[in-house]
Design a protein around this ligand. Structure first.
Ligand SMILES: Cc1cc2nc3c(=O)[nH]c(=O)nc-3n(C[C@H](O)[C@H](O)[C@H](O)COP(=O)(O)O)c2cc1C
Length: 192
């Protein structure tokens, strides 16, 4: 089984990328094939532009991301919260990946695909409000967004120097989200 892991922040010291790394390590410990999308692959995407799309089709970076989503049995998204909602970086990825082309019709990358949501913020809510919006956006694309999610509050104090979560309860919360993701991956795709 293969899981695509993607962070909605390209910031070098991103808390969301750090939380995603914890989730990726948990997945790897369960013999899941982890595919990490590098932030540079996301920042290289042009801003969604229908004139550009009409003139030259999907950009190469968008086609590569579509293929990565399509090949994955499941997806983990680490979603920073900007002004109570999703980051433009992540929304831009979703907008491009949602577009049809000759290789993959529009819903193919999202429909029935199990997706798990994480968030991290220095704030007290951990980015929880942004996850509500993300869940709605992905639901409209017919993704199977797993019920359990985790928003890491006070992220500035949450990691040790090695990038591990200091509080075992937070580690368990990440593991719980991964449990849910794997449950739905197996239910939808079967073991393999
Ligand atoms: C434009 C902007 C808006 C933000 N709005 C929120 C917000 O609504 N809620 C919140 O918890 N943090 C908010 N923040 C702070 C981010 O949570 C913080 O910068 C966080 O570190 C971003 O995630 P990252 O560490 O993965 O890059 C905002 C930051 C920016 C730049």
């Amino acid at each position: 089984m293969k899981v695509l892991c993607l962070s909605g922040s390209a910031r070098a010291a991103s808390f969301n990328s750090a939380l995603l790394a914890v989730a990726a390590a948990d997945l790897a410990s369960r013999d899941i094939d982890v595919v990490r999308v590098a932030p540079a692959e996301l920042t290289a995407l042009p801003l969604m532009d229908q004139d550009l799309e009409a003139a030259s089709g999907l950009p190469e970076q968008a086609r590569a991301l579509k293929a990565a989503f399509h090949k994955a049995d499941g997806v983990v998204l680490a979603c920073p919260e900007y002004n109570g909602s999703v980051t433009p970086l992540l929304k831009n990825v979703i907008d491009w990946v949602s577009r049809p082309d000759e290789a993959l019709p529009a819903p193919a990358c999202f429909q029935r695909r199990p997706m798990a949501l994480l968030a991290a913020s220095p704030g007290a809510l951990g980015g929880l409000r942004g996850l509500r919006h993300m869940r709605e956006i992905l639901g409209n694309l017919s993704a199977m967004v797993v019920p359990r999610q985790f928003a890491l509050a006070k992220a500035g104090d949450a990691f040790d120097a090695q990038g591990a979560l200091r509080d075992s309860k937070n580690q368990e919360a990440v593991a719980g989200v991964i449990d849910d993701l794997l449950y739905w991956m197996e239910a939808i795709h079967g073991k393999g």
